[in-house]
Design a protein. Structure first.
Length: 431
């Protein structure tokens, strides 16, 4: 079967047809029609410049984006898995340093972006200590938030992802186009990459808890800051000065020259501005959150526990890191008090590093155990009461109340005791 022209003329070949099309439509228009604008822009168009060319100082502009950790944490309930951990990074365009990391559990949330801003705003040695890590100032020297940020159109673009204090709001906040990774390539290029395997689906299960997985991502950021090759960010003066081609070295060099737009704040201001608000219950021995007990010397000296003893338990506002509640902060209005998670008996402190999600599962386990123990307690009481009745013929606690005092001091009772006690004592054969 074939086509026949009505006038008997030959049809043009495919190559002839393509040639005529190319004469009418330019190459870029044909590529856009066939492959789509995004692919042409990403792969078939020449570079129109570098993002770093438009900045000169540290934190003059930053980009932030999130990625999901591939490892799946085992849950505390039988046969369960914990929700995935999502990591948000903030990267400085000028130096290439990862200035902050934040986390959320289950999905990409605005709280993860706020936590990343909290990390960027405070001393990194202190931030690492909140997760039980030890860093030196030289490992991660960056501190401060940027007045200009670029993010995608996800949760990071909402007002909930910004600081609560007006003084620390972004001056410029850009939203990259949807499905356009190149619009924030500075942060996208440093995300961990994974090879997609063919065949049936698989997943990576880990024995780590969520805080331990967060520790891994914190150290990954520190590693990238010290190991990433950013030679293309070095100008002649920096090369002559002997600056190493890694983000930490560039940060230290530019910071020594005073070339920084970073906005600094006190630790208490960062807690109130960026961390997740919670409600804690104050009792006379400690404060409680999700049935977990928190205390510190500063809390005792504040007089809050004495107030709970005098007037009864009450609630206060607090702040927490969602993925690690080893420490929380209690807001007294005029003072912010850091309190530490407590153990019931002396034991390893590592078990105190848990996320809010894990704390909720542990809380459920505790409540299930108490409910099961109530039934167990009743059964145990009945069992041993039956044993006593079987052995003695008498019931547990079958004594009756009599008026007055007992007659143990009467002459008859004393005489009876003097007569019977020697026969009840064990003499080991001696007289």
């Amino acid at each position: 079967m074939k086509f026949i022209h009505p006038a008997g003329l030959p049809f043009p070949s495919q190559d002839q047809f393509n040639y005529r099309i190319s004469q009418v439509f330019p190459l870029k228009e044909r590529q856009t029609h066939k492959l789509g604008q995004a692919r042409v822009r990403n792969h078939l168009t020449h570079s129109i410049g570098r993002f770093t060319e438009s900045v000169s100082s540290l934190m003059e502009r930053t980009e932030q984006d999130g990625y999901q950790c591939k490892e799946v944490c085992k849950g505390y309930l039988p046969g369960s898995h914990l929700p995935p951990l999502l990591t948000v990074r903030i990267r400085c365009t000028a130096s290439g340093i990862v200035a902050g990391v934040g986390f959320s559990v289950g999905a990409e949330k605005a709280s993860a972006y706020r936590m990343a801003l909290f990390c960027a705003a405070i001393d990194k040695v202190k931030f690492a200590q909140l997760f039980g890590l030890e860093l030196t100032p030289q490992d991660w020297p960056s501190r401060g938030v940027s007045p200009h940020v670029i993010n995608d159109r996800g949760p990071g673009s909402t007002s909930k992802a910004d600081g609560k204090e007006e003084a620390f709001q972004f001056i410029i906040k850009e939203g990259a186009p949807s499905y356009s990774g190149q619009s924030k390539a500075t942060v996208e290029t440093l995300h961990p990459k994974a090879v997609k395997n063919e065949g049936s689906p698989t997943y990576k299960e880990t024995q780590k808890s969520i805080p331990q997985l967060a520790k891994q991502e914190i150290l990954r950021a520190v590693r990238d800051n010290n190991a990433t090759d950013v030679t293309d960010r070095l100008n002649h003066r920096s090369l002559i000065a002997g600056v190493l081609p890694n983000p930490v070295a560039i940060w230290n060099h530019l910071d020594s020259l005073g070339r920084s737009h970073a906005v600094n704040m006190r630790f208490e201001e960062a807690v109130r501005a960026y961390l997740t608000p919670i409600e804690v219950t104050v009792q006379d021995d400690a404060v409680y959150f999700r049935d977990a007990r928190f205390a510190s010397k500063a809390l005792t000296e504040s007089g809050v526990l004495q107030a709970a003893h005098d007037t009864g338990r009450f609630k206060l506002r607090g702040y927490a890191l969602d993925v690690c509640v080893r420490h929380i902060w209690v807001d007294l209005g005029h003072q912010l008090i850091e309190v530490d998670a407590q153990l019931s008996i002396r034991d390893g402190d590592g078990q105190l590093y848990v996320s809010v999600v894990e704390l909720e599962q542990i809380q459920q386990i505790r409540r299930d155990g108490k409910r099961e123990h109530r039934q167990h307690r009743q059964a145990v009481h009945a069992d041993f009461e039956m044993r006593l009745q079987s052995a003695t013929g008498e019931k547990f606690d079958q004594a009756t109340n009599k008026p007055g005092r007992s007659k143990r001091g009467k002459k008859a009772s004393i005489a009876d005791r003097q007569a019977t006690v020697p026969h009840m004592q064990f003499t080991d054969g001696r007289k």
